[in-house]
Design a protein around this ligand. Sequence first.
Ligand code: ADP
Ligand code: MG
Length: 289
Amino acid sequence: ATPTAIMVGIGRGATAGLLFRNASALERAEHINTLVVDKTGTLTRGQPVVTDVEALAGHDRASVLQLAASVEQGSEHPLARAVLDAAAADGLALAAVDDFRVEAGHGVAARLRGGQALRLGTPDWIGADEALREQAARLAAAGRTVVVLEVDGRPAGLIGMADALRETSPAAVRRLRQMGVDVIMLTGDNAATARAIAAQAGIERFEAQVLPADKARIVEGLRREGRVVAMAGDGVNDAPALACADVGFAMGAGSDVAIETAEITLMQSDLSSVADAIDLSRKTMKKIR
Ligand code: ADP
Ligand code: MG
């Protein structure tokens, strides 16, 4: 039978917006000493906005944004929302595209109906040259996510997007550290952007350009070091890592897949709720002994 204290703990959690799937989730959260967090939507708000559109020779701002948005029509990525909103704000009509495809962790591609081949994604994936990389690095150093638009195999422009840190993230990271929990950030974004966001959040350890499949492998590796590893994420991409962590935290505003996979769902999508949940677990388990 489940001890009364655990039932009370689960009830307290529910009142505070910390939804434990079962007693064992509450029990296991006690020993968490490492928290792996996804950057986008967990540390940040997950609602990027376009801040920069830079056209390369032979193109202009409007055509870069219009073509980028035309490719993104088929995507559900938060970056796609940002590009589509920016195009709409500029009153740009989208072009019809065929052969849309997603290259997970890299970007998206499509073909204008009867016309040019388009790709939009990381500078690495596009194969940007030195000059373009430097242009991208300038935006990335300010914490922007940078994607390159390619038209028929040639770079045509750059789009920079900013995703604001959740206001609660720096204090939550400090508090977790005081609780003896190491916080490690993972992101599919590039290293310069990752470094800027990690610094803003007060996180020392991060890994950038992590492909979706690798998030789970990193969690596995940390567990093999003997750590008790929690993962906090919101995306479809995060589900495998949530599944192989000792405890998975899903952001309540996140994807259904993440919520179904995680053992604890946080109604307020922020890291201070992770600290609250670990705290509740520790206090509850102390009562039982
Ligand atoms: P995250 O860890 O932020 O969820 P993803 O693995 O989803 O990252 O994406 C990694 C990178 O791939 C993004 O930072 C972006 O540069 C590129 N990318 C992914 N999807 C898209 C898209 N729909 N449009 C443009 N770029 C994309
Ligand atoms: Mg994400």
